[in-house]
Design a protein around this ligand. Structure first.
Ligand SMILES: [Zn+2]
Length: 259
């Protein structure tokens, strides 16, 4: 399936899940309904914390989902040139197969970016059984370990879609990361300026508090090539340090992975 079609399907799937869960008149706002849905679920699964925002003062995290893909290698070069770190929530078999982009994933890891799980093939985990959920996680862990030598301890559920079973099953082994700001790049993949406006409207000056965790998709060409460089420059100009999700939570690198 083409990248855009996949993302569109993701949104439809997620919207359907949420509307079933809590029909209200405010469901039109994508950020709000995703966050609201996830928070409701997190209460049900006691003891499992979901991550939405950074906690370390003056840090902000840009996250790239759904890769690796054709633009990953250049994006890693760009991040290095601009002195920024990011988090890649990768799939095993989504827009591209991870084995076809192993060099780019390895370079991202070596450069200090965080490699995290976005499941093997981007299924909606809320529709799966415990064994199916575990299979989605372990299959990708094995593939990532072959490339970088370790397995990720952080994950993001596809579509941000979770239920009590997902939260308990995945939360027992992984830090579950949602997001606090969606640039909505999937909504206008041919007009990066709209995403940039969403982004700049939401990035406030660093003020001693932890910043947002931004959702972007590295599988969208204009996100990787036009939005990302400008987003990095803008964050820096506003006094933010762009770091990985682990770092923006104050967690040392040794805890981002397991053997
Ligand atoms: Zn995704």
């Amino acid at each position: 399936m083409a990248p855009i079609a996949r993302i569109a399907m993701a949104v439809l799937l997620f919207s359907a899940t949420f509307i079933n869960a809590a029909p209200t008149a405010t469901n039109v706002d994508n950020d709000a309904h995703i966050a609201g849905f996830s928070r409701a679920v997190s209460k049900a699964a006691a003891g499992v914390q979901l991550v939405y925002k950074c906690t370390v003062p003056n840090t902000m995290a840009i996250t790239f989902d759904d890769g690796p893909f054709d633009y990953t290698a250049d994006l890693v070069k760009l991040l290095k040139a601009k002195g920024a770190k990011a988090t890649f929530f990768v799939n095993g078999d989504n827009n591209g197969k991870i084995t076809d982009y192993a060099a780019a994933v390895k370079q991202a890891y070596l450069d200090g970016h965080q490699i995290a799980s976005h499941t093997w093939d981007h299924k909606d985990l809320a529709t799966l059984s415990v064994s199916e959920i575990n299979a989605e996680m372990t299959k990708l862990d094995t593939a990532i370990k072959k490339i970088i030598g370790v397995k990720p301890t952080y994950m993001r559920p596809p579509y941000g879609s979770i239920n009590d079973l997902v939260t308990k099953t995945v939360g027992a082994k992984y830090t579950i990361v949602i997001w606090s700001q969606d640039t909505n790049d999937w909504q206008h993949p041919t007009d990066w300026k709209k995403s940039y406006k969403v982004y700049t409207d939401k990035v406030k000056k660093a003020n001693g508090k932890g910043g947002d965790i931004f959702l972007e998709h590295e599988t969208i060409k204009l996100t990787a090539q036009q939005l990302a460089p400008r987003a990095i420059d803008y964050a820096h100009s506003m006094g933010w340090k762009l770091v990985t999700v682990g770092e923006c939570l104050g967690k040392p690198k040794s805890t981002w992975y397991r053997s």
